[in-house]
Write a protein that binds this ligand. Structure first.
Ligand SMILES: Nc1ncnc2c1ncn2[C@@H]1O[C@H](COP(=O)(O)OP(=O)(O)OP(=O)(O)O)[C@@H](O)[C@H]1O
Ligand SMILES: O=P(O)(O)OC[C@H]1O[C@H](OP(=O)(O)OP(=O)(O)O)[C@H](O)[C@@H]1O
Length: 229
């Protein structure tokens, strides 16, 4: 049977994923139809490489729609906080580095730690008429970090699907949880990372799903690919 491995369909993660596979003797060529999300693979019989969005790869790994996938650890942890026996990280690939962080407006001069933020959150409704609002697309990682790690209970998550750093200036949220790499988007939007506000240091990973069905031939292909990483 064919084993499926998905890589991101666009951008820097796509190019670097193709290069990481080539280094291991798996050569991924575009399909004749340039709009296709299938590819032509050389160097590994029985392996099919598909192009999917990075967040879709995390979801497909969770429910076993693909056997292997390259995506960011941030998306894997947000999709399935506790991997349990459903999936595992085979290899961290050394590219796609991005930190998931808690950032507040520069103007909040008295807030530099999560403890300071906890103090602010406690009195936020009395001072502003609503709970502290956090804009993010990482709502599971945020809940776990705020509530489980820091005991912060009074906040509201405002789901943001893009331009999250603009939410405080736009007035739709007070603070954000988002990824940063160079920090330039945060500083351009006058936001600052809390000193202990690192939720996850993410990078691109090869992950394996244990819920995707396969036969003995598939197991041999899976072992071959995994051993190359
Ligand atoms: N500077 C960066 N900006 C954005 N993403 C980055 C950066 N560096 C690494 N990444 C990683 O790339 C992945 C996001 O890729 P991408 O934006 O294609 O995801 P997506 O949610 O599937 O996007 P879309 O839904 O727009 O297709 C995440 O795992 C993220 O951590
Ligand atoms: O710390 P920095 O180097 O500024 O990078 C962080 C930014 O990069 C990403 O946006 P990007 O526009 O690259 O992609 P996206 O909008 O698809 O997330 C991400 O969403 C941050 O906004």
């Amino acid at each position: 049977m064919t084993v499926t491995l998905a890589i991101p369909s666009k951008g820097r993660l796509k190019e670097q994923s193709v290069a990481a596979l080539a280094e291991r003797g798996i050569f991924v060529h575009p399909d004749e139809d340039s709009r296709s999300y299938r590819t032509r693979v050389e160097g590994c019989d029985g392996l099919e490489v598909l192009l999917l969005s990075a967040s879709e790869i995390a979801r497909e790994l969770r429910h076993g729609g693909i056997h292997l996938g390259v995506t960011g650890e941030d998306l894997l942890r947000e999709t399935l906080p506790d991997f349990g026996d459903k999936l595992s990280i085979v290899s961290r690939l050394g590219f796609g580095h991005a930190d998931v962080v808690v950032a507040v407006p520069d103007s909040w001069v008295d807030v530099s730690t999560m403890e300071d933020l906890n103090d602010v959150a406690g009195g936020f409704r009395a001072a502003h008429g609503h709970r502290l609002r956090i804009a993010t697309k990482y709502w599971r990682l945020t809940q776990s970090f705020f509530t489980r790690n820091h005991g912060i209970q009074t906040y509201r998550i405002v789901e943001s699907l893009g331009a999250t750093e603009g939410a405080p200036a736009a007035g739709s949220a007070d603070i954000i949880v988002d990824i940063t790499s160079t920090g330039s988007t945060l500083s351009a939007n006058r936001l600052r990372v809390l000193s202990d506000g690192l939720i996850l240091a993410s990078q691109a990973c090869l992950a394996r799903s244990y819920t995707a069905p396969h036969d003995a031939a598939g197991e041999a292909v899976l072992s071959d690919v995994v051993s190359r990483f």
